[in-house]
Ligand binder design. Structure first.
Ligand SMILES: Cc1ncc(COP(=O)(O)O)c(C=O)c1O
Length: 399
């Protein structure tokens, strides 16, 4: 076995739990929108570590922030004040509806905290609201509360009983939501765009309708923006793209650009339900992760990234929306997306197409069995977008 990719893959199979099925390359370095495998082969990365490395790989400002913090202080726990966590929280609040932030270490933890917060908010007001409306095909993470919110039963298999109190409704069905709301409802949890479930956009008026129903019912509206946050839609936060403000917003993935971090952002009134000792995490909000998150937020809000991204987003939209015309008829069933999150629904399994893309030097991932997902760094330039789409079209059999 001479290919170093295969050697690392074999060691991986020996040493790691088998819950992942990685593509057969071992990536060793990255810069901007490209990564390099153990054999020195370079790839254009159109999946960004699953919607995570929005600013590309090893961004110099983020690397500098990480290195500077790594030489100063890594971790002291939330038993002490530190400045990077304050900076990261201030930046989220300055650029969103939020007034308070809680930091965890991942998306699922952010959702876990958000769901707990919603229940406790009502409890402290004397209301017995503990149920949630969530959506079929939705994805919120793998810890048990977030898994119970997740609307794809395949992910539940073998882990039941789930946390009680979730009512799943078809994404887009406002009447269905209304029918499930009661005086026991704590909140409605939704991804503004369903990512893992196949990249589904909300039908027009759906998010506005959820806002209205939550207000009428007296429950909270929670947006899971673990995937849509931090520039993926072209706006800093997905809720800004759609013009509907939630009560609680969860973030992760691109917030650390690859360094583990998650966050719950909310109003001061709702946040007041998490009193000292009510919730916590040892590593959440640690100086290393929050120094990087602050640098990410600064770069996204002050670095002109989102302004520059407009040209690439327009190129992606223009080419992807017309993609079905250029590939053999019937092969592409639908193309859905916005900004830097796109799903190409195929009439066949996505895996072989993903393999053909990788063999041609482009990395993409599935979102469900038949959907090819593109979630490139938002720093992708129009020429890189074209190069990537040329390969995808070729892999789909375009002439
Ligand atoms: C919308 C959404 N929520 C939550 C999660 C879970 O995040 P994590 O894998 O960081 O726990 C994901 C992960 O893909 C996601 O897309």
């Amino acid at each position: 076995m001479t290919d170093p990719n295969q050697r690392i893959a074999a060691r991986f199979q020996d040493a790691l739990v088998g819950n992942y099925a990685p593509q057969p390359v071992a990536l060793v370095s990255g810069e901007g929108c490209h990564v390099v495998d153990a054999a020195g082969r370079r790839y254009l990365d159109l999946m960004a570590g699953v919607s995570t490395c929005a600013l590309g790989h090893c961004h110099p400002k983020l690397a500098a922030a990480l290195e500077a913090q790594a030489r100063k202080l890594w971790h002291v726990s939330n038993h002490f004040f530190t400045e990077p966590v304050v900076r990261a929280a201030e930046l989220i609040c300055a650029h969103s509806f939020a007034e308070k932030v809680f930091f965890g270490n991942s998306g699922t933890e952010a959702n876990e905290a958000a769901l707990k917060l919603a229940r406790r908010y009502h409890r402290l007001r004397g209301e017995d609201r503990f149920e949630f409306v969530a959506f079929d095909r939705g994805f919120h993470g793998r810890t048990l509360f977030a898994l119970s919110a997740t609307g794809t039963p395949a992910y539940w298999e073998g882990f039941e009983p789930l946390v009680p109190g979730f009512r799943h409704v078809s994404f887009g069905d406002l009447d269905g939501v209304k029918a499930q709301l009661s005086e026991r409802t704590a909140g409605i949890l939704v991804e503004p765009i369903q990512g893992e479930g196949g990249v589904h956009l909300p039908p027009p008026g759906f998010l506005e309708g959820l806002r209205r129903l939550a207000d009428e019912n007296g429950c909270l509206l929670l947006f899971d923006e673990v995937q849509t946050g931090l520039g993926r839609t072209g706006s800093l936060f997905g809720y800004q793209h759609f013009g509907v403000t939630p009560d609680i917003l969860t973030l992760a993935k691109a917030l650390g650009n690859g360094l583990p971090i998650g966050a719950v952002a909310t109003t001061a009134e709702i946040a007041s339900a998490l009193t000292p000792g009510s919730h916590g995490t040892t590593l959440g909000g640690n100086p290393l992760a929050t120094a990087v998150a602050a640098a990410v937020l600064e770069e996204l809000t002050e670095g002109g990234v989102l302004e520059r991204a407009r040209a690439t987003a327009a190129r992606l939209a223009e080419r992807l929306e017309t993609l079905p015309e250029r590939v053999p008829e019937g092969r592409v069933q639908a193309v859905r997306g916005v900004g830097f999150l796109w799903g190409i629904e195929l009439s066949e399994p996505a895996r072989p197409v993903i393999d053909r893309c990788r063999e041609r030097g482009v990395l993409v991932i599935p979102a469900g069995a038949n959907v090819l997902r593109l979630a490139p760094p938002v720093v992708l330039n129009p020429e890189e977008a074209d190069a990537g789409l040329d390969v995808i079209e070729e892999a789909l059999g375009a002439e």
